[in-house]
Design a protein around this ligand. Sequence first.
Ligand code: MG
Length: 345
Amino acid sequence: MTIREHTEEIEERTLHPRACRSVRTRGRLRPLREDDLRTCFQRDRDRIIHSKAFRRLKHKTQVFLAPKGDHYRTRLTHVLEVSQIARTIARALRLNEDLTEAIALGHDLGHTPFGHAGEAVLKEIHPGGFDHFEQSLRVVDVLERGGQGLNLTHEVRDGIVKHSKGKGLIMPEKVEEMPVTLEGMVVRVSDVIAYVNHDLDDALRAGIIRKADIPGEIAKVIGSRYGRRIDTMVRDAVGTTIGAGYGRVGMSDETVEAVYRLRDFLFDRVYESEGIRAEFQKAKGILRALYEYGLSDAGGDVYGDVPSGEADRHRLVCDSIAGMTDRFALMTYERLFLPQQWSVL
Ligand code: MG
């Protein structure tokens, strides 16, 4: 018996009957010989962590553009916080922690530079539209490893593409929008738990809002301190899922209501506030200029061998811009469009 088979046997004995067992994966896009140490989901997690797209998350915006302060979240720390929360919930529910971790670490690989400002620009210019969750799947299926993709399992890919909700429901009503595994649902819930809490924390740090601004009824349900708020939501998700007999992962009506109110408060006072909006407009201008440059005859300078077909060219430019970090986009813009200063010799 290999070590992997031993791990699979432990999963069989210890996980909840509704958990997704590694041996029952629907498999990969291309067949791959099994590893003798790691289960398929452990292997997917490792492939994600070793990818270039994962490393770039460190220089991508969460809310604040290319933040100079050391303590603001970036897309990378967001993903790590989602992973921590999701693993805590998965472990408490006896779900597959490795699958949960792989989905959590991979869910935002397709995020653009400058956060949602980047997503909005690509949606507007790219003829096929743009969504970061579809792009995350494209990164792992196609773009990584020089066009080969990471060849991940069906369950990890499904969790990645179905993590997103934007301003929509935390748990969708349509079955086809719901992740096929409970582990995927755990990540979907954990993503919102992570971001409403850390974005609130960062906005307080930046002085965009004050503690006294947070509506009292939100604090009454989920607590007034950062750690307490996360703890309340995590416990609620675990308790509600067990109480519902594992039919689906979710939070109680009261907590969900408080989370929606907190999210609305953040949209109103932070994401769509005057200060942030002004910076977003500048960021959009930069990405539009980089996109147009890619379509021009000079585009090869930044985007390499640009194909002659229009749709292919759009695809290449869109993928390249989506993959850029905030600082790479700023540097490229500066090089292309700003006069260089004379340096003292
Ligand atoms: Mg996320």
